[in-house]
Design a protein around this ligand. Structure first.
Ligand code: FAD
Length: 531
């Protein structure tokens, strides 16, 4: 207890705040570090998901200390920030994915979807589809865990808007991007069919691309689509270009909410630029419609609450994310624990975790991170790859190497065993960076997000980069908290955007593939085969 107090006092103010928030739910204690498991055998950590959070955890977890089993319907990691580029052929799908076995070849991988979790028996029920030739069968089985990492991400939410699921595309997975790529090319091919598009109005309808949601995903997709029109349109569909319309529709009064006003204006300017094509009158294909709320989508039209409607050839729904049914069912499974209070107070549909990423009410057995979780810590963290991967690294290190887990407390209380740091370990650069979030004290510091800034591609070789260089004064949760942010735009922003995305690739192989894709597009244009 004395050492706990000492550790708390030594904390900088934000860490102190985080611990204070956590103390509402758990009371960290300190005891001597026991062996990894009371039976002397390795504990089993089951990881659900192969996304940003899980991949980062797998890179950092010590497989000498744990048996790690990964369960996910997808046997690869995908670099989601480049999905928009992949959906128009700027990069190949293979260049932005990495087999999960490559990321950690000592972890076991099970290709299945988790359907439910039994927190009493500590099992995950799974379903998998196994095919031989043309016949497929569904296999159901359970996997036991000692500790569970719940990192299943989120799904695109439609806010119950009728017709969205039937008629709109999403951009969340590689399969979605593949579908979008085919849909875009199909629109151009349909517009070239005399039987289908015989009047200018019909051609225009086929070539109207509506993007619902002007957050980073919607804006980056629009920018990539505009690049495709500008770069490859003149070669393949020159006579159709005057009919192309791209409409970004946003319910809020502004685009790119996380960016400063000047950056938003720059994005608007870039997106709504004129495009000069030799032999064709200048076109301005993109329009941004703000304060427009979609009420319904039909096969041909998008209807708005204000009574307007838009015809479209292809629609992308990028208007927000919500919890997966599995997350909701785990919250229900946790029942009337502190989790139900967390739901009311801050988590709101996401899994409430304390600042050490322990699921509240999960008795130290379940951890969660990324888009499916919400930390009982303020200010609330954005649902981004940056947060998920930092959390994955934090948790991997917390449960491995320098930290040990105490078995005390176990199922009888919701206390997580204390984490004790071995300070004699040599520290690599990444460990030193991680110490910013993990602290140097004997008790693990709670997770603290290190905001490295945000990026957005705005088309035609320009991008926005907004980096926080100094914290604001006062309370970070207040509206008036105004940190100092460095703003980089245009070509410089683009250089930074490309460098960071290359640097962040999971392997040297992907760095090479992505670079080659960019060169290929520059030299030969995008591939428009419908596969
Ligand atoms: P995910 O990465 O979504 O991974 C979830 C994993 O869980 C997947 O492997 C999935 O297959 C698996 N899964 C789902 N259901 C089950 C189940 N029932 N059982 C087992 N496994 C399951 N963030 C940024 O910081 N910068 C960006 O530029 C950026 N751009 C983006 C662009 C796009 C197009 C998209 C879609 C997202 C972007 N994001 C960006 C957000 C970022 O991708 C997410 O915040 C991040 O992926 C969250 O990581 P995660 O690990 O929580 O979930």
């Amino acid at each position: 207890r004395e050492r706990t107090d000492r550790a708390t006092k030594a904390r900088p103010y934000p860490l102190f705040l985080a611990e204070k928030a956590a103390s509402l739910f758990v009371d960290p204690i300190l005891s001597s570090p026991p062996p990894p498991s009371s039976s002397g055998e390795k504990e089993t950590i089951v990881v659900l998901g192969t996304g940003w959070g899980a991949a980062s955890f797998l890179k950092n977890v010590d497989t000498d200390r744990y048996d790690v089993t990964v369960i996910s319907p997808r046997n690869y990691f995908v670099f989601t920030p480049m999905l928009a580029g992949a959906s128009v052929g700027t990069v190949d799908f293979k260049s932005i994915t990495e087999p999960i076995r490559e990321i950690n070849n000592r972890a076991k991988y099970v290709e299945a979807s988790a359907t439910s979790i039994d927190t009493t028996k500590r099992t995950v029920s799974c379903v998998s589809v196994s095919c031989e030739g043309n016949s497929c069968e569904t296999i159901e089985f359970d996997v036991a865990y000692d500790r569970l990492l719940f990192s299943v991400g989120a799904r695109t939410t439609t806010f119950g808007t009728p017709g969205v699921e039937e008629y709109c595309n999403y951009l969340k997975q590689v399969g979605d991007a593949q579908q979008i790529k085919n849909a875009i090319v199909n629109c151009f091919e349909n517009a070239s069919l005399p039987a289908r598009a015989s009047t200018p109005e019909m051609i225009e309808r086929e070539l109207t691309f509506v993007i619902v949601g002007a957050g980073p995903t919607g804006v980056e997709f629009a920018a990539e689509l505009l690049d495709f029109i500008e770069g490859d349109g003149p070669r393949y569909y020159k006579e159709l270009l005057p009919y192309v319309r791209i409409k970004i529709v946003e319910a809020a009064p502004t685009i790119l909410r996380p960016f400063e006003d000047g950056m938003k204006d720059e994005a608007m300017r870039r997106l709504t630029r004129d495009i000069e094509i030799p032999g064709v009158p200048t076109i301005r294909p993109l329009e941004v419609l703000l304060n427009k709320q979609v009420s319904e989508v039909s096969a041909k039209y998008i209807y708005f609450k204000d009574g307007d409607r838009l015809h479209y050839g292809m629609a992308l729904w990028a208007a927000g994310i919500g919890p997966l049914p599995l997350t909701t069912s785990l919250i229900e499974e946790l029942g009337d624990t502190e989790q139900s209070t967390a739901q009311k107070e801050f988590a709101r549909g996401r899994l409430g975790v304390d600042p050490w990423l322990r699921v509240i009410g999960g008795r130290g057995r379940i951890f969660s991170l990324g888009d499916c979780s919400c930390v009982s810590n303020t200010p609330s963290l954005p649902a981004t790859a940056q947060v998920a991967s930092q959390q994955g690294e934090y948790l991997g290190r917390l449960l491995s190497n320098d930290y040990r887990i105490d078995e005390a407390g176990d199922d009888s209380s919701s206390l997580l065993p204390p984490m004790v740091l071995d300070r004699d370990q040599p520290r690599s650069l990444s460990e030193r960076i991680a110490s910013l979030t993990m602290g140097d004290d004997e008790i693990a510091a709670p997770f603290q997000f290190l905001d490295l800034g945000i990026l957005a591609y705005t088309g035609s070789g320009s991008a926005l980069a907004q980096v926080q260089v100094a914290p604001g004064k006062g309370d970070p949760t207040s509206e008036t908290w105004n940190p100092v942010r460095l703003q980089i735009k245009g070509k410089l922003g683009f250089g930074l955007w490309r460098s960071i995305y290359l640097w962040k690739q999971t392997s040297p192989k992907n760095v090479v593939l992505v670079t080659l894709d960019w060169i290929k597009v520059k030299l030969f244009g995008r591939d428009i085969s419908i596969l």
